[in-house]
Write a protein that binds this ligand. Sequence first.
Ligand SMILES: O=C([O-])CC(=O)C(=O)O
Ligand SMILES: [Mg+2]
Length: 497
Amino acid sequence: MMNNLRQYEVPLQRYIAMMDIQEMNERLYYKLLMDNVEELLPIVYTPTVGEACQKYGSIFRRPQGLFISLKEKGKINEVLKNWPERKIQVIVVTDGERILGLGDLGCQGMGIPVGKLSLYTALGGIRPSACLPITIDVGTNNEDLLNDEFYIGLRQRRARGQEYAELFDEFMYAVKQNYGEKVLIQFEDFANHNAFDLLAKYGTSHLVFNDDIQGTASVVLAGLMAALQLVGGTLSEHTFLFLGAGEAGTGIAELIALEMSKQTGIPLEETRKKIWMLDSKGLIVNSRMESLQHFKRPWAHDHEPVKDLVNAVKSIKPTVLIGSSGAGRTFTKEVVQAMATFNEKPIIFALSNPTSQSECTAEEAYTWSEGRAIFASGSPFAPVEYNGKIYASGQANNAYIFPGFGLGLIISGAIRVHDDMLLAASEALAEQVSQENFEKGLIYPPFTNIRKISANIAAKVAAKAYELGLATRLPEPANLVAYAESCMYSPAYRSYR
Ligand SMILES: O=C([O-])CC(=O)C(=O)O
Ligand SMILES: [Mg+2]
């Protein structure tokens, strides 16, 4: 099968071939994915899954998840019962409004829950039959899709306000009724205006996790913890500048501030002052407070207005620059060079996905910083040669976190997600970076060992759930890593005699 797959030169063709294998022989699909994770992750996941979503209507063969549309209002309970599996442990749900950095793709966003759940199984060991991909179809504001003859969703503009809230409420209630308290609901690729509100609203009544806010935060904090081994200093001795103050940016910033506060005992309101943000209107400063969306307000500090990134970099002099705006090509030569002027080893994260939206390429980061940058990106880049030396960069993608994080919640029977669990996951991941990785300038371990990494993350998350009294699976297993491993799905064929 690998031989066959490699015949295709176009990544999207490999994606389609992989989806066919998943349909035809699920075990084989997971066996291939697990044994060739570094090669196949960029096919079934970021970046190729982004292109698949853009062309979803025309490459559509069979439905792979559950679509719930506005038309099903009042009947969501029945719709859920149409799904052939009854024992569901993880749901990944999107409404398709902000697919990666690609924008509103309507119900073509289904590729994302499907891809994320493939990773839940391959990387985290959750049984495939316990995974349920869902897309809530409330319309789309993407004119091209509305006029596309192959569009598979509702041809109307997005429902907002009360209509949206009621549909979502019915969905969340029906999920609990069908699958119980302990089903994990992962929110994925919602637009900012819904993402923060849904997480706050359902965080106290359901086991919910927003991957873009919380998963991304945890993976970036892990990378920073590892990067400090190369650069030196503690978290609170660094200065952070974000380009992009949405889900990923503010989620990461909040987790960094929380960790700083835990390490130093300094209140959160103070540690936040080490972190600066720039959005499309410029640096987030106090004089803009009135017009800022609520999730940006904690990041407004005293400073004169600054319009653009280069000037913000020159004025703030960050040691860490993080791109999380979803817009590509924004870390220009001037920006990276400025970072390299006042930092011996500038830490640069270009998080936006897929590759086309990356703030800069690995090659640009290394070339413009004369090989000094500690660089990681959301989408994968091949190693780069600069002045005769090979530079390999890490992939700061929430794929490192959510499979193990979810496994930890499931094996402990957790009923709520807590920020301390995110910190535990970051620590577990950072601990997996070996001396050999560091010597190559890597701040993330390779994906080849991901099941071992996930078991360690799961164990730390579960331990935290027990410590916080949020675990319901009692008694607590003595060896959580071994227990996590023993719970993992294996794609081996059964032997019949
Ligand atoms: O899907 C990915 O590669 C990471 C992610 O959550 C996003 O970009 O929204
Ligand atoms: Mg996402």
